[in-house]
Write a protein that binds this ligand. Structure first.
Ligand code: NAD
Length: 259
């Protein structure tokens, strides 16, 4: 399918690895030029070079922490008028809410709620003026069904989801959609980290924890970044102009509800 976005420009945050990388690759395959961000310069450059070589699109790198004001300024200076914005950042650490003080909550809110909100604020009026824009927020299946050890994530991402539910209805008449993709378990570094924590807490082997998690999913496996990226690219396509304010689970059927 021709996604109809060849020649557009996308900012992809936290895109050197994992789900963000999957989104960057799928957009590049559709002919979209990228402003690619991540913290670690070496990994970011290697990913950017891989994408340039494979898809022949322009990839500009901005190595910074997108959850800081300086990071966001650097990103927007490299691309003040993107057609597409993919919001992403590392997830908050797992733990027990009794151990979290104000600083833990502020860090989670900064990373997973306020950073996407400030980036949307910075680009959405330009998108509306130009009559086309796509924002995809990578959140989590935890927005739909909370994960007990990820209270910081449950809370911060639900805040973002509530904000977007309002604003996404204000932009679509001018060609701008804002949606979220809610990943269930995906084969990325993040799932390795959470499995390590679970293994340490229960005194089990990491591989055993991972195998158990794969088996517990109706698909019998984790998702891949390519599957995630393809859904993102579709939401960013010309064909998805009537989809806004939605929270789309990609979880292999793990959520047990009818809707
Ligand atoms: P990952 O650890 O595989 O990759 C994270 C990427 O983000 C890397 O490129 C890293 O450099 C970059 N990054 C992290 N923090 C950053 C920051 N502050 N500024 C700029 N770049 C930053 O993670 P992932 O599995 O791709 O997860 C992406 C998001 O999706 C996370 O918020 C995670 O919590 C969430 N999520 C993932 C899963 C899963 O199964 N993988 C499930 C639910 C939610």
């Amino acid at each position: 399918m021709d996604l109809g976005i060849k020649g557009k420009t996308a900012i992809v945050c936290a895109g050197s690895k994992g789900l963000g990388r999957g989104c960057a690759e799928a957009l590049a395959e559709a002919g979209v030029s990228l402003i690619l961000n991540a913290r670690s310069k070496d990994v970011l450059e290697a990913t950017a070079e891989d994408i340039r070589r494979t898809y022949g699109v322009t990839v500009t790198t901005v190595a910074c922490d997108v959850t800081t004001e300086a990071g966001r300024e650097a990103l927007l200076a490299a691309c003040p008028n993107p057609d597409i914005l993919v919001n992403n950042a590392g997830g908050p650490p797992p733990g027990d809410f009794r151990d979290w003080d104000r600083s833990h909550w502020i860090a989670a809110l900064d990373a997973n709620m306020l950073t996407p909100i400030f980036l949307i604020k910075a680009v959405v009026d330009g998108m509306m003026a130009r009559g086309f824009g796509r924002v995809v927020n990578i959140t989590s299946a935890a927005v739909k069904a909370p994960i007990d050890i990820l209270g910081l994530s449950n809370g911060a991402r639900s805040g973002l989801t509530g904000f977007v539910a309002g604003v996404a209805r204000k932009t679509i008449a001018r060609g701008v959609t804002i949606n979220a993709l809610l990943p269930g378990p995906f084969e990325t570094d993040r799932i390795q980290q959470t499995a390590k924590s679970a293994a340490a807490a229960s005194g089990r082997d990491v591989e055993a924890v991972l195998a158990e998690r794969r088996a517990a999913n109706p698909a019998g496996r984790f998702g891949t970044r390519q599957e995630f990226g393809a859904a993102c690219a579709f939401l960013c396509s010309q064909h998805a102009g009537f989809i806004t304010g939605q929270n789309i689970l990609i979880d292999g059927g793990a959520y047990p509800g009818t809707m």
